[in-house]
Design a protein around this ligand. Structure first.
Ligand SMILES: *Cc1c(COP(=O)(O)O)cnc(C)c1O
Length: 387
């Protein structure tokens, strides 16, 4: 389906609500049944009817339909956070004794889910360098049930070959899932390659305004039904109707925002590429990226997130650089209107933390938002003078 059709029309039955352009926030916990027949029909299929807003809510349903269409899957669920979507997808597909293969550096709380949470329930895992399918194949055990991907991931952007991963998993009855937050549905649709479950932290591009925490899971009707009946209803990590309406508003401008971020990131990267204080750049479509060919094969663009290693000889200079930036905000997350940086040096010498980061203190992750890229570059160039 055409993206314009999805964003403007799909799921919006305006005759039901006074032909309003903006969908109503159906702020209700429960729904009344007009008669016993409706009562019985509703309990026969809770996801398809309106019973209680922990399950299905009309505002949330509009959002679900658009997200499923954007990811080209049959159905979708939304959650109160990306972490809830990740946890529900994984937990919904394993039981005690099962094994998970995961690419080696996913989002930090995904690592925590496998290491700290699922290990308590007898679910084991192997982290592998997913840039080579042979590592994934070699990690398989008879009890492997899930292959978890994040391609690209969100610090150094390693990719996995989605078609090869899906083919391997299908041959062995393994469920594949991917965290697709980096590209958004605009630039990569893993279902095209046969991946079973596509997950997003909708907090990032999908909502896009840095004011809602939201998670998304897109999959077949059967998979969505299974996770709805179990993880969503049991753990109850639902999105409120009010937040669903905010995400719907954010989605309207998804193509504009992501394209703008993408173009502005290219503008800044081209300048950084020639700058003497830059040691290395990480961006899947950058000429130096080791998996450039694969990235171009399965992605239509990258968006606004990239990383840089700077050339400097002292931590003091690196700290001065960070403090000199005035137009970038120092913050986690990304995908909103505002440009951001995470300097790895901030993870060094955290009080009470004994381990130091794997990435060097000269490393920074940047997100380019919707501002004028030239205005951002002026700030960056001025700050780099102290390196
Ligand atoms: C932010 C993020 C998450 C977690 O999403 P929340 O909405 O913060 O719970 C998961 N995966 C990736 C890649 C993320 O960037």
């Amino acid at each position: 389906m055409n993206i314009n059709e999805i964003l403007t029309h799909l799921g919006e039955d305006r005759a039901q609500y006074f032909h309003a352009i903006a969908p109503p926030v159906i702020q209700t916990s429960n729904f009344a049944f007009p008669n016993l027949q409706a009562f019985r029909e509703s309990f026969a299929d809770e996801l398809g009817h309106h019973v209680y807003s922990r399950g299905n809510n009309p505002t949330v349903e509009i959002l679900r339909r658009k997200l499923a269409a954007l990811e080209k899957t049959e159905d979708a669920l939304v959650f109160a956070s990306g972490a809830a979507a990740v946890a529900s997808a994984v937990i919904g597909n394993v039981k005690a004794g099962d094994h998970i293969i995961c690419q080696e550096s996913p989002y930090s709380w995904t690592t925590a889910l496998l290491r700290k949470f699922l290990s308590r329930y007898g679910v084991s895992h192997t982290f592998v360098d997913g840039t080579d399918i042979r590592n994934i194949e070699a990690a398989r055990r008879p009890e492997t049930k899930v292959l978890y991907l994040e391609s690209p991931n969100t610090m150094t952007f390693e990719c996995q070959d989605l078609a090869a991963c899906a083919a391997f998993a299908k041959a062995h009855g393994i469920v594949t899932m991917i965290d697709n937050s980096y590209t958004s549905p605009l630039y990569q649709n893993p279902a095209d390659y046969g991946i079973d479950i596509v997950i997003h932290s909708g907090t990032k591009y999908l909502n896009g305004h840095s004011d809602v925490v939201v998670g998304v899971l897109c999959a077949s009707k059967a998979m969505v039904q299974k996770i709805f009946e179990s993880e969503l209803m049991t753990l109850g990590g639902i999105l409120s109707p009010h937040d669903a309406a905010l995400v719907l508003r954010g989605l309207r401008t998804l193509p504009l925002r992501v394209q703008r971020s993408n173009e502005s990131a290219h503008y800044i990267i081209d300048k950084l590429d020639k700058h003497p204080k830059v040691a290395q750049l990480w961006y899947p479509f950058h000429h130096s990226f080791p998996q450039l060919e694969l990235a171009k094969k399965q992605m239509r663009g990258c968006g606004g997130l990239f990383s840089v290693q700077f050339k400097t000889d002292s931590m003091e200079k690196m700290e001065a650089f960070v403090h000199r930036l005035e137009r970038f905000l120092m913050a986690v997350s990304w995908g909103g209107h505002e440009s951001l940086l995470i300097p790895t040096i901030g993870f060094y010498n955290i009080p009470g933390r004994s381990t130091q980061p794997a990435l060097p203190w000269t490393f920074c992750r940047f997100y380019i938002g919707l501002e004028d890229p030239q205005w951002l570059w002026e700030d960056l160039e001025r700050a780099m003078e102290v390196l």
